[in-house]
Design a protein around this ligand. Structure first.
Ligand code: SF4
Length: 258
């Protein structure tokens, strides 16, 4: 298994269990990753802070033009598109024109595929920026990351680069008044002489307690699928993920294992 980068602005469409046929938008560079987390499991590899100041973002017009070209083509082929999904080589909300690009994408969606949903995968760390928050409120699916129940595990798994705490992230997520999806990656292993396991009873109880405060519409649970930058990590089996999903459903929140 290898870590991978998306080498284009628009990618797919790919079939996703939860999103259906999904066309991806990568707002980050195509030759490197840019993120304000440094997750030990990130399929794009480690975050390289040294190259971050040199990053050139794709121009808003390029994103718009490339998306329109592909939507036109998919429409002429009479394809059914279920989601236009912001994902890719890092955190999409770091793009300085994120809010304007969301407006462009909504217009294009309305014109070419009015029934298609717009989804954004985000780690929540830009939610102190009102432009980002307002833009996220305009899309159909905000899919926001919550990988830990405790502060210690959050810092070990996600390694936020701007010293944000789990408490701060949960406070931001609560502000969506339940109109959001949470995604959580479960893993165990070792990293920098620490044992990490976000499936222990204590972690799950703490995580569930945060979910009760956030009240998401849906929780998506998954585990490792590709090579990870930290080497000593293990995938969590489907039976364990399903039993965690049952605990989520027991507190009245829909859960899906993918
Ligand atoms: S938030 Fe996503 S892109 Fe950023 S380091 Fe974590 S997994 Fe990678």
């Amino acid at each position: 298994m290898k870590t991978k980068l998306f080498n284009s602005i628009i990618f797919g469409p790919i079939t996703s269990r939860r999103l259906g046929l999904s066309l991806g938008i990568n707002l980050l560079p195509t030759d490197s990753k840019l993120c304000n987390f440094d997750c030990i499991y990130c399929e794009c590899g480690w975050t390289d802070l040294k190259s971050a100041p040199k990053v050139e973002f794709h121009k808003r017009a390029d994103v718009k033009n490339q998306l329109e070209t592909i939507l036109k083509q998919l429409q002429s082929e009479e394809k059914k598109l279920n989601s236009i999904t912001f994902a890719g080589n890092g955190e999409p909300t770091l793009h300085p024109d994120f809010n304007l690009i969301i407006d462009d994408v909504i217009k294009l969606r309305d014109h070419y595929f009015p029934l298609c949903k717009i989804s954004v995968l985000s780690n929540s760390l830009m939610l102190n920026n009102s432009k980002v928050t307002e833009a996220l409120k305009k899309v159909d699916n905000r899919i926001l990351k919550l990988d830990a129940g405790t502060e210690e595990t959050f810092q070990l798994i996600n390694q936020p680069l701007n010293k944000r705490t789990l408490k701060w992230v949960v406070e931001q997520l609560i502000k969506f008044n339940g109109d959001l999806t949470i995604q959580t990656l479960f893993l165990k292993g070792k990293y920098k002489n620490h044992t990490i396991d976000n499936t222990t009873d204590f972690e799950i109880e703490s995580w569930l307690s945060n979910l009760k405060k956030i009240k998401p519409k849906l929780v998506m649970l998954y585990s490792l699928d590709r090579a990870t930058p930290a080497k000593d990590l293990q995938k969590i089996d489907a039976a364990t993920l399903n039993s965690i999903a049952k605990k989520v459903e027991a507190i009245g929140i829909e859960a899906i294992v993918s």
